[in-house]
Write a protein that binds this ligand. Structure first.
Ligand code: ATP
Ligand code: MG
Length: 259
């Protein structure tokens, strides 16, 4: 069974893309077949995984709106077992174009159906908003992975996110759960980060991954080379953390699969 994970938080710059790329790559290195879907018009996952400007069409936009089959949108990456469905320039105007379509919430879900069998996991990188592109990701997803930057305002906006998830579960996608919460850009030397971590763990309990992603400059450098952290610097603390995350996630999966 394929599981679809959406990495979401309407807050900007909280590690969604860094997590989508490197978590997806971590799963692929753990021998799972993975598709990374870039739903963000900024296209950071697409460039971060190494696709050049002329390799982005057809992309997700064409799959959603022009009915181009997903099989023609998907590209190989330099990480074996990891494929990507890129965000192209068309996606920038998509929120506006989608508004008038009767099935506007369900387009991604439908587009993915024909390729689902080829993958064990589909990881969707969402834009920093709760607009139609994120709603499409939530309608297609089994689970949300919410990234939180370990800083003072980390929990702000989470109630809006939770309300959106509840609304989507009721109206369109009864499967949807917030499956995991991931603390990113953690600096354990600061009291504040440790306090935020304690608060998040008290609030969300075991839904918070034990693995925490440290602040690591190698993670911020890798995308400019179009490389995952594993290719860019396998020995970095960032690579270690994202591999640990993939392992923790797979262990959880195994535990819930066992009757
Ligand atoms: P947006 O909301 O704009 O899509 P995002 O939530 O996808 O942003 P990222 O792009 O992953 O966030 O991260 C924001 C910035 O922080 C980027 O410059 C990224 O390289 C950097 N960054 C992310 N995670 C880390 C980390 N663990 N250590 C150091 N820098 C990081
Ligand atoms: Mg992003």
């Amino acid at each position: 069974m394929t599981k679809v994970l959406a990495v979401a938080n309407q807050k900007g710059g909280v590690g969604k893309t860094t997590t989508s790329v490197n978590f997806a790559a971590g799963l692929a290195l753990s021998r799972r077949r993975v598709l990374l879907v870039d739903m963000d018009p900024q296209g950071n996952s697409t460039s971060g995984i190494g696709l050049g400007p002329d390799e982005r069409t057809p992309g997700i936009y064409e799959a959603l709106i022009a009915h181009v089959p997903m099989s023609e949108v998907i590209r190989e990456t330099s990480t074996g077992k990891l494929h990507v469905a890129p965000s192209g320039p068309g996606l920038i105007g998509a929120e506006v174009e989608l508004v008038d379509l009767p099935d506007r919430n369900d387009l991604l879900h439908r587009a993915l159906k024909s390729v689902k069998d080829r993958f064990d996991y589909i990881v969707i990188d969402c834009p920093p908003s709760l607009g139609l592109l994120t709603v499409n990701a939530m309608c297609a997803a089994d689970e949300l992975v919410v990234t939180l930057q370990a800083e003072y305002y980390a929990l702000e906006g989470l109630s809006a996110l939770t309300r959106t998830v509840d609304a989507i579960r009721e109206a369109y996608n009864p499967r949807l759960i917030i499956g995991g919460i991931l603390l990113t850009m953690m600096d354990r030397r600061t009291n504040l980060a440790n306090q935020v971590e304690a608060e998040v763990r008290t609030h969300f309990g075991d839904r918070v991954f034990s693995t925490v992603i440290p602040r690591n400059v190698r993670l911020s450098e890798a995308p400019s080379f179009g490389q995952t952290i594993f290719r860019y610097d396998i020995k970095s603390s960032g690579a270690e953390a994202y591999l640990a995350l993939a392992r923790e996630f797979l262990k959880r999966e195994k535990a819930t699969d066992t009757p």
